[in-house]
Design a binder for this molecule. Sequence first.
Ligand SMILES: Nc1ncnc2c1ncn2[C@@H]1O[C@H](COP(=O)(O)OP(=O)(O)OP(=O)(O)O)[C@@H](O)[C@H]1O
Ligand SMILES: [Mg+2]
Length: 432
Amino acid sequence: MNKLKTITAIDVGTTKVFSLMANVFTDGNLMTTPEIIATSIAPCNGLKKGNVNDVKLTSAAIKQTLQDLESQTGIKTKSAYVGVTGSHVSYENKRNSLKDIGGHGVITHDELNLTEFESDSDDQRMLLHAMPISYTLDGADGIRNPIGMHSDAVSVDTHVITADRTFITKLTESCKEAGVKVDAFVMEPFASALSTLTDDEREQGTLIIDIGGGTTDIIGFKDNRVIYTAVIPVAGFQFTNDIAYTYDSTYESAEKVKMEHGHTELTAIEISKNITLNSNKESQTIEVPARDIGRLLRERSVELAQMVQLKLEELEINGLDTMKIVLTGGGSKLPGIGHLFQRHLGRRVRLGEPNVSWSNKFDDLKHPSQATVLGILIWAYSCLQKKPLVGSQKTMDSNKTNKLIQKLLTTHKKLRLSPWIRPTANQINNHS
Ligand SMILES: Nc1ncnc2c1ncn2[C@@H]1O[C@H](COP(=O)(O)OP(=O)(O)OP(=O)(O)O)[C@@H](O)[C@H]1O
Ligand SMILES: [Mg+2]
């Protein structure tokens, strides 16, 4: 077996940077599944609500993890796949008519990839992913793969995810200062979905809710397509801050109490149980009934569930009411939150722990806060295979993608459609 590539995946989260390194080998003509060879985590204070706020602090945390990976493996990371989230990320479902397609024989794969359509991108926004949802042929919609069909009028519904260029530039700079180039950005909840959802869930319709430290990210799948993305700027930080603010305790002490004693179901907390918090006033402690802490966490959880509900009301798709929810991200570990979401959203809810089927010695990568980094690795591996993980079409070849993104970055008006359009490493790293 020959080593083909070492992949580094970096999840730049609001509370921590989590990086991992994996080797991919070739065995004859076959590519092996990634073998994770090292992981590293470092606390990070450079982000606010998922957005890079302080480039120095962020790059220091990234650097720390990369040095750690290097000391474990002897391999220096030159480039990496990097996760992106934040309140600046937004999405749009667009319907574009594909004027040059149809009317002359069956629709071909090349035709689809070469067709131009209008885009609303501008100088402020950067395209992260553009994924086709379905095609409409002669007024009949919902067609997943039109290749081989006849039609006089073809249009496509595409889920386009964009990010604020300023924040992306800061993230790119943070990576650069840490000595690493960006191979590609990956939308974080999309990555989390890749490592936690089953194929059936992606097919039948599932909403994944990633409750992190700074943001709660939602991504919806149906028919193996991304149909919805949203970012809510409320997450684990606010849960902890409610405790710290109410009792004037240190944030660290409130965080510890939340992790060790937090529960959203009051009946699960012993009525006589008290908890000690460290006060902000020097060397003083505060005794608090555990149920009062639970009450604060429950109120915040209800508020978050209501915010999710409001977001979901924006979504107009058939079968939304029955779509299952998968909770992931560190915040989903708060005991009781799954049941609370189930009651408030009126749907089935399960906890989404990452589950990669490849055998490797890092079997303990199962915590929901590790879902993103594993999903970034899955995405990177799929890029290596040039196989999109959702949707039914092949990736556009890199030359075409290059031209297309160049066009997007410069003219912003017309772009060619591909299921897996995204900036190339060159374009990302030379644009900050
Ligand atoms: N057992 C637990 N109970 C309650 N909260 C928890 C638990 N474990 C982790 N958390 C919370 O999860 C949050 C961190 O989750 P995660 O690592 O997914 O966030 P992140 O990736 O750093 O942030 P983001 O994705 O928002 O940028 C913290 O707020 C932490 O308090
Ligand atoms: Mg995260």
